[in-house]
Design a protein around this ligand. Structure first.
Ligand code: EPZ
Length: 428
């Protein structure tokens, strides 16, 4: 496994370009299963989660070509069953269920596992498929879905923890080829859901209301291949905004969509940072007096749970008492123990972390545990005295394209150490 050595307290300055969105690319790549035609997807980031999804699609019989950021896929003759633990290893691959049901009328995938950020149920996905006329059986850890004839229906997708992003994606991808009208109430409003809908519409789907809480889909007979460019990754952008806030002397992130980051820029402004915004760029200056803040994560357009860990790293050295509550994944706090190893003063009570800012963090050997927790450790290392060693960096490579190279281009000093041990494992 690889590790990173972060030489702390190097001032960061300059411009960084944001890659295409991981969480938009994954369902869009799955959606190519819905047509026999050729699909061309641009700005697909070079991440291990993406490679894994492309492996799944190849296993199902798709022709897959990748040339730098462009992926071309043709799903001419495909199977409906994936090898057992393929979904278990990466939760996001559950979004192949909807397109397989829509295209083949059946699908067999393994139940996704839980992961370090918490239990990852799919009851809302399965309830949605049943509302469309599918019969669902769970056998030997596999989900067997059968729907020789999907029929449009009205479905409420909100659960006790609110909306479901991949659940909305899955039901939308099954409904585009169902007979009649499907209404999804309580749909997720994340920009990645709208991006998927825009791709499906280019393929010939009839969808209205994507990006809002109510999506209306009129089923069609078949879909054609299409070309699409994925939206920028708002969580990568948010992570760099926090890096700029922590140790930046004027950093601009480019090729981003500021309207996707309003809750993050609002929180940084409240925390005392100056934020300048243009059509496709955001600049952060940390020349004001930092202030402690209170954050509650919410479904979009609220503050994203995927930015919770990164904010903990920033607030660890913000004087005063800050609180951050994760309402989406109440157990998503694996990063706290590692931040405390670096000197952070954080108490966790239920789903709320109370963070008392310290003057500085100290370098220490720390362990990455999941994608966003790992990003938080990188951010903590940037501001720590000394050299922070982060182990198991394969977690970071699941969701950040060359984060060390991008940060080094801003003035950071991060080394990546290859070790001869086992090949990297995939994230959850
Ligand atoms: C997506 O996961 C993202 N992943 C996650 O990003 C993100 O944290 C999450 O949405 C929330 O925004 C991708 O898009 C690939 P959910 P998803 O279904 O769709 C509960 C990252 O770091 N729930 O919106 O799997 C669930 O337990 C990853 O890039 C049910 O109860 O999340 C959670 O509490 C991590 N039943 C809440 O809903 C269900 O059937 C939101 O989960 C489904 C979900």
């Amino acid at each position: 496994m690889e590790k990173m050595l972060i030489h702390g307290r190097k001032p960061l300055q300059g411009t960084v370009k944001i890659s295409g969105s991981k969480n938009s690319s994954l369902p869009i790549l799955a959606a190519t299963l819905l047509t026999r035609g050729m699909c061309t997807i641009h700005r697909v980031p070079d991440l291990s989660d993406i490679h894994y999804m492309l492996t799944i699609l190849s296993t199902l019989g798709c022709e897959v070509e990748r040339a730098s950021g462009t992926v071309r896929i043709r799903a001419e003759n495909i199977r409906s069953e994936t090898p057992y633990d393929i979904v278990r290893k990466m939760r996001a691959s559950v979004c192949i269920l909807g397109p397989l049901l829509g295209r083949q009328g059946e699908a067999t995938v393994s139940l996704p596992g839980g992961c370090v950020i918490g239990d990852r149920p799919i009851d809302l996905h399965l309830r949605g498929f049943e509302a469309l006329g599918a019969t669902i059986r769970v056998q030997e850890g596999n989900i067997k879905a059968l729907a020789p004839h999907l029929k449009g229906s009205t479905i409420c997708l909100r659960g006790k923890q609110g909306t479901t992003v991949l659940g909305t994606d899955n039901i939308m991808m099954a409904a585009v080829l169902a007979d009649g009208i499907t209404v999804i109430d309580g749909a997720a409003e994340e920009p990645e859901v709208l991006d998927l809908a825009n791709f499906l519409i280019k393929m010939g789907a009839r969808i209205e209301g994507a990006g809002t809480a109510r999506i209306v889909i009129e089923g069609v007979k078949e879909l054609q291949g299409a070309e699409h460019e994925v939206i920028p990754d708002r969580i990568e952008a948010g992570t760099f905004l926090v890096a700029a806030a922590i140790f930046g002397q004027g950093i601009t992130i480019r090729q981003t969509l500021p309207e996707h980051l309003q809750s993050v820029t609002a929180a940084l402004k409240e925390a005392g940072f100056r934020i300048d915004i243009t059509a496709d760029a955001i600049t952060v200056n940390n020349n004001g007096r930092r202030r402690p803040i209170m954050i509650h994560t919410q479904p979009h357009p609220g503050f994203p749970t995927d930015m919770q860990a990164q904010m903990c790293a920033l607030l660890s050295t913000t004087e005063g008492l800050s609180k951050i509550t994760d309402n989406i994944f109440p157990q998503r706090f694996m990063h706290l123990a590692e931040l405390k190893r670096m000197g952070a003063d954080i108490e966790l009570e239920g789903a709320t972390a109370s963070i008392r800012g310290v003057s500085s963090l100290g370098a220490a050997p720390v362990m990455a545990s999941d994608l966003r927790a790992s990003a938080a450790l990188v951010l903590a290392g940037l501001q720590a005295d000394g050299i922070t060693e982060i182990n198991r960096v394969y977690h970071i490579d699941r969701g950040y394209e060359s984060i060390d190279e991008k940060l080094n281009s801003l003035g950071a000093h991060i080394e990546r150490i290859k070790s001869s041990s086992a090949k990297n494992r995939l994230g959850s």
